[in-house]
Design a protein around this ligand. Structure first.
Ligand SMILES: Nc1ncnc2c1ncn2[C@@H]1O[C@H](COP(=O)(O)OP(=O)(O)OP(=O)(O)O)[C@@H](O)[C@H]1O
Length: 645
């Protein structure tokens, strides 16, 4: 179905668009909401306001009661002083417009004048104090909201990140929704301030002359309607922008990133990438121009209607004055009140507009948190302190939106003190199986038991503490070399035994390499920062291995731990991955020479175990293992033969 937000291509570019090898980003389910909001009426917006205000006040209250009370309370007090100031002003005008000699009139007006001056001064002081409290709230709220988001994103199960919708929602919550919390509170306080100002003025006008009250309302309605319309349109445009922007961002990063620079040049991808970027930017720019035009038209219509309404108000006032319904002093104060009410109303309308708009984004944040909370694994409560065996019983895992299981009814046992190896061709399910054993994924079928207890009943934190994973796709953490190793077990208490950072680095053949860095272990491993350094792929892998060894866990999972290592480093690392009575090692590697000494080898094909046994047993059988091993060995033997011959 065509939607308003996907990239739209001009007809002459359709063909090129279809040929594009870059996948189009799919519209998320949140488009339903966008359509819903597009049809939201002004009254629906108004109806949502009390709930929004309640939410904003709740948010502020939870962050700082004192500043919340101050921001709202002081603004209300300032409103009372506005009423007082206007009433005092009428008193002044009444005295000044009265009959009699000017000095006498001025003298008579003095008390009211002093009262008006005092009210204005006090009101100014209260407004400043309220502004201070309001400004104090913002950073505190930002902190709380960000914290809540990152507490959630770091707690959700790994499987959530395989869900494309989750990634999209996370982007929206983080990029926009999160920062709107503070704005919502800010706008709510402004809304309260504006409404208090309008009410204060209305109260003064009612005391002076009640028939003037409807005039106040008449002046405000068109302004409010325009603001709401513009907010809604902007929101829809932003939804479209985020989807397109993500795609452009991917392209933009490819073209301006040091990691991709070499490949882009060697494949001469420049023209291709620029053409893709141009295609996206054309769509984006057109959308932005369309929005700017429609917003300008809406604003122009809104301002015209507002002007006509103001004219009507002045005409009514003139008529009342001529008809003798209101006195001159009251009419003059009414004009002042109108000005004051209009500026308060503008503030309230602007705040409503922004509040409504920001609330839409904040809703994304809240929706994401709600959904993400359901993806935080509950886990059990049974304590874990090591294991003798981990049994997988008919375990399967199917990734979201995939037809076949990546791991299909696998049963195996990992025993303490053993080294087991998982081998198989690319995509056969080794990494997925290793992640299941590590507890990073929960099986979609079957059971994993630690010493006979279903892993789902175990305390997940304690289970995770037993496991170290040297992952195939590690991340270059922008920390120092020491921190990069220490994060393997950053919370290890001083009295708990375990290797120190340098010992772990030595075991992973990383010590000499780190010592040669400009600041040794304290060298920052990120070129984006001053004095930062980068490492080669193999050097990084040594560091990752050092981190895994530093973690000193009972279950060590090594997924291609030596893919980027030179022969010497590989040899050194495998010396330390040998049998250890307190540890089980799960080893994944395509270099089959490294699995020869494993206690048991499991051969995977399309997610299933097709062979198992030790090296000699598997070599004695016809099968995938022997085939792969001989293919690899043949290369070495041929070279050795050539060298010898
Ligand atoms: N996050 C994911 N979402 C969807 N499918 C995935 C995901 N990760 C892996 N797969 C699919 O699951 C299957 C098994 O992948 P896995 O990474 O476990 O294989 P592997 O044996 O480790 O491969 P390799 O030797 O290339 O590392 C593959 O078909 C792969 O495309």
């Amino acid at each position: 179905m065509a939607t308003v937000i996907g990239p739209r291509h001009p007809s002459d570019e359709d063909e090129a668009a279809e040929e594009s090898p870059l996948p189009e980003l799919a519209d998320g389910h949140w488009m339903n909401r966008a359509t819903e909001f597009a049809h939201t009426s002004f009254w629906a917006v108004a109806r949502r306001l009390p709930a929004l205000v309640r939410e904003a006040v709740g948010l502020a209250w939870a962050t700082s009661r004192r500043d919340t009370i101050a921001s709202i309370g002081l603004n209300i007090a300032a409103g009372v002083l506005t009423t007082l100031g206007l009433l005092a002003t009428t008193g002044v005008l009444r005295q000044l417009f009265a009959a009699g000699p000017t000095p006498d009139r001025i003298r008579a007006a003095l008390p009211a004048l002093l009262l008006a001056a005092a009210a204005v001064t006090m009101r100014g002081a209260l407004t400043i104090a309220a502004g201070w409290a309001q400004a104090r709230l913002i950073p505190q709220i930002n902190y709380q909201v960000e914290l809540r988001l990152f507490e959630t994103t770091t707690a959700v199960e790994l499987a959530a990140f395989d869900d494309a919708g989750f990634a999209e929602e996370m982007d929206r919550a983080r990029d926009r929704g999160m920062e709107e919390a503070a704005s919502i509170v800010d706008h709510t306080v402004n809304l309260v301030t504006g409404l208090v100002g309008v009410l204060a003025t209305a109260a003064a006008v009612t005391v002076i002359q009640p028939v003037l009250l409807p005039c106040l309302l008449l002046a405000a309605v068109p302004e409010a309607a325009t603001a709401v319309k513009m907010a809604r349109r902007q929101y829809l445009a932003l939804l479209a922008w985020i989807t397109r922007r993500r795609r452009m961002y991917l392209l933009a990063r490819l073209m301006a990133d040091r990691h991709t620079a070499a490949e882009i040049r060697s494949y001469q991808m420049r023209d291709f990438l620029l053409a893709e970027y141009h295609r996206m930017m054309t769509v984006e720019t057109r959308a932005q121009l369309r929005l700017a035009r429609s917003q300008t038209v809406t604003r122009a219509i809104g301002l015209s209607v507002t002007g006509i309404a103001a004219f009507g108000v002045y005409a009514v006032l003139g008529g009342l004055l001529l008809g003798g319904v209101v006195a001159l002093a009251a009419a003059a104060t009414a004009l002042l009140a109108l000005q004051s009410a209009r500026s308060s109303m503008r503030m309230a309308v602007f705040a409503t507009n922004s509040l409504y708009e920001d609330a839409l984004y904040f809703q994304d944040y809240r929706d994401f948190l709600d959904r993400a909370r359901h993806r935080v694994p509950a886990g059990g409560t049974r304590p874990v302190d090591g294991f003798d065996r981990i049994d997988l019983d008919g375990v399967s895992l199917r990734y979201p939106d995939t037809e076949t299981a990546a791991v299909d009814e696998v049963s195996l046992t990992v025993r303490r003190g053993e080294v087991i190896a998982l081998v198989g061709e690319n995509g056969s399910g080794k990494t997925t199986l290793a992640k299941l054993i590590a507890g990073l994924y929960r099986p979609t079928a079957g059971v994993i038991r630690w010493d006979g207890v279903d892993a789902a009943e175990l305390d997940p934190r304690q289970t995770a503490a037993q496991v170290a994973v040297m992952s195939q796709d590690w991340w270059r953490f922008p920390f120092t070399a020491r921190q990069n190793i220490r994060i393997g077990r950053h919370d290890r208490p001083a009295d708990r035994p375990g290797p120190d950072v340098e010992d772990a680095a030595r075991d992973a053949a990383a010590h000499d390499m780190i010592s040669e860095l400009p600041f040794g272990y304290d060298t920052l491993l990120d070129r984006q920062f001053k004095d930062g350094q980068d490492l080669s792929g193999g050097q990084w892998q040594r560091l990752v291995a050092a981190r895994g060894l530093y973690r000193d866990a009972r279950l060590l999972i090594c997924d291609e731990p030596s893919a980027a290592l030179d022969a010497r480093a590989e040899h050194a690392l495998f010396q330390h991955l040998r049998r250890h009575p307190d540890r089980a090692v799960v080893l994944i590697t395509h270099r089959l020479a490294n699995v020869r000494h494993a206690d048991r080898i499991f051969v995977l094909d399309h997610g299933r175990i097709v062979q198992q046994g030790d090296h000699d047993e598997l070599m004695a059988q016809e099968g995938l293992y022997r085939e792969l091993f001989e293919l690899q060995a043949a290369g070495y033997l041929a070279q050795a033969g050539e060298a010898g011959g």
